[in-house]
Design a binder for this molecule. Structure first.
Ligand SMILES: CC(C)(COP(=O)(O)OP(=O)(O)OC[C@H]1O[C@@H](n2cnc3c(N)ncnc32)[C@H](O)[C@@H]1OP(=O)(O)O)[C@@H](O)C(=O)NCCC(=O)NCCS
Length: 171
């Protein structure tokens, strides 16, 4: 197998994004606040608009990992408001057969580098507390727990832990 490549998804990639996002929700329902059932009903316009062009997309870094053009991983960096100094990470997923090869770590490196260029002082995310692989990933890359645990989604017994990585000290 060749080396994986990470690239930014552009608006024309909406069908690739839909494919891998739905695959992630089907594979790892306990890892995400949203569900396969909810997003499978999204119209084409929703998938297109997430990748822009839009005001929101200007502050987003949607990444896909591919082996020979086959998508095997997804992750987003997102700065919620222009000028905010926190970049958020969402939708992190690597397909089971591609795990353990450093793809998630590479996604984090890309998003962290992008966040620094954007002037952010920290990167934030939430992780399901029972998700040992993801908790291990974030702890090993410098994230620390921050804030109270919350429900994964309304009525769920699963809990999520906010985590943050400080990129540099505030002035
Ligand atoms: C969590 C996940 C994204 C990790 O992806 P990955 O590409 O396999 O991770 P990497 O190969 O980049 O691993 C980087 C580090 O994460 C940690 N890690 C990864 N998998 C781990 C596991 N199963 N158990 C403990 N630590 C793990 C290790 O510290 C690893 O470094 P090492 O290989 O030097 O030990 C992947 O397992 C996944 O997609 N899980 C389902 C979806 C999910 O949980 N997403 C996270 C939502 S917050």
């Amino acid at each position: 197998m060749s080396e994986f490549k990470i690239r930014t998804l552009c608006p024309e990639d909406w069908a690739i994004y839909k494919l891998i996002r739905l695959a992630s929700l089907a594979d790892s329902p306990d890892s995400f606040g949203s569900t396969y059932e909810r997003e499978a009903l999204f119209p084409e316009s929703e998938w297109r608009s997430r990748l822009g062009p839009s005001e929101r997309a200007k502050h987003a870094l949607p990444l896909v990992a591919e082996y020979d053009g086959i998508p095997v991983g997804l992750s987003w960096g997102l700065i919620h408001k222009s000028g905010s100094n926190v970049a958020h990470i969402y939708q992190m997923w690597v397909s089971p057969e591609a795990r353990g090869k450093g793809i998630a770590k590479s996604f984090l490196d890309c998003i962290t580098a992008w966040a620094k260029v954007k002037g952010c002082e920290s990167v934030a995310l939430s992780v399901t507390t029972a998700n040992d692989a993801a908790v291990g990933l974030y702890l090993s890359t410098g994230f620390v727990p921050s804030g109270e645990v919350e429900e994964l989604r309304r009525g769920s017994v699963l809990r999520t832990q906010p985590m943050v990585k400080v990129l540099r000290n505030a002035a």
